[in-house]
Design a protein around this ligand. Structure first.
Ligand code: 13P
Ligand code: SF4
Length: 306
């Protein structure tokens, strides 16, 4: 590691103590950012941690909706995102006015919204879900209740597959990182690594999930790799997860299904920006009270379920 990185890390650690800050990181962050975090997790675990920590300052190494969810759950805390431009294109595929208009067309449906959405969209929703609990959140709704699932259609199809008796209305959103993977990519990866188990994130297309041995959220993929007797795995999610997979399983081999599995938004957070945010206590993520009060209901409803 270059000496200047080492210096940066020492300075981050010193300032973190001084500020009584907690650094949270998603698994898709750069390896060096994951390594300075106090806590690494998937979207669900990060929400839970943000809600329960006594820390006064949260430095959120992830994309904007994740920091915003932390702000929704922690109104008294300072929530920092080291690069305010780190956004999720999937979250931008649904706006609150568009959702309001759709709700008016299907007033009898419950809105289940993926955590990859703005707080304003969460405020228009009945309940939030993550990739770790989508099917379970849908099951928690009254029997026979129609579901308007926003915005990720692939996660929606996956949740619908596990709730075959329920009527779904899908939104035309998708994650460009996961949705670009084709069945042909998986077939090629399997040919190159015939002994490997295929583990895919539910933001992938149905035909990709059909070829997978397991479908799971990022932390679910980690659990599967840890517990499986297999020695080799084809990973169908963003490449950042490989850092933890390899750290936790030094005796096992991990192949990325495609070199295209990179989320440029997640990579906008660097050690330099983490340090700067601790120095300046900026940029802050704040959610106006009227939106927060409505959004928190949908997030807490999810946290109570799973
Ligand atoms: P997880 O909930 O599995 O962490 O996924 C978040 C995400 O942004 C996937 O692209
Ligand atoms: Fe959004 Fe996809 Fe990036 Fe996740 S991987 S943050 S869903 S663009």
């Amino acid at each position: 590691m270059p000496a200047d990185n080492e210096q940066l890390i020492q300075e981050i650690k010193r300032l973190k103590e001084e500020r009584e800050a907690l650094i949270l990181s998603h698994y898709y962050q750069l390896p060096e950012v994951q390594d300075i975090a106090d806590f690494i997790g998937d979207s669900l675990e990060l929400s839970r941690r943000a809600a329960s920590t006594p820390a006064k300052v949260l430095v959120f190494c992830g994309v904007h909706f994740m920091a915003e969810t932390a702000a929704v759950l922690s109104p008294g805390k300072i929530v920092l995102i080291p690069d305010v431009k780190a956004g999720c294109p999937l979250a931008a595929m649904v706006t609150a006015p568009d959702l309001q208009a759709r709700k008016n067309q299907v007033p009898d449906a419950a809105v289940v919204c993926y955590v990859n959405t703005t707080a304003a969209v969460k405020a228009e929703s009945d309940v939030v879900c993550t990739s770790a609990n989508a099917a379970k959140v849908v099951k928690s709704l009254p029997t026979g209740k129609k579901v308007l699932f926003v915005p990720d259609k692939n996660l929606g199809y996956y949740a619908a597959g596990q709730n075959p008796d329920r009527e779904f209305i899908f939104w035309e959103g998708y994650c460009h990182v996961h949705d670009q993977i084709s069945a042909g990519d998986i077939i090629s990866a399997k040919k190159a690594n015939p002994a490997a188990k295929v583990v895919a994130h539910p933001e992938c297309r149905p035909e990709v999930l059909d070829l997978a041995d397991e479908t799971a959220s990022t932390s679910g993929i980690l659990r599967y790799a840890r517990e499986s007797p297999a020695r080799e795995f084809i990973i169908v999610t963003e490449e950042g997860l490989l850092h933890q997979l390899r750290k936790e399983n030094p005796g096992k081999r991990f192949h990325l299904a495609s070199p295209a599995l990179v989320c440029p938004e997640m990579k906008k957070i660097t050690l330099e920006k983490v340090l700067k945010s601790l120095v300046t206590l900026e940029p802050r993520v704040e959610v106006p009270s009227p939106v927060r009060e409505r959004a928190v209901r949908a997030v807490e409803r999810m946290l109570a379920i799973s």
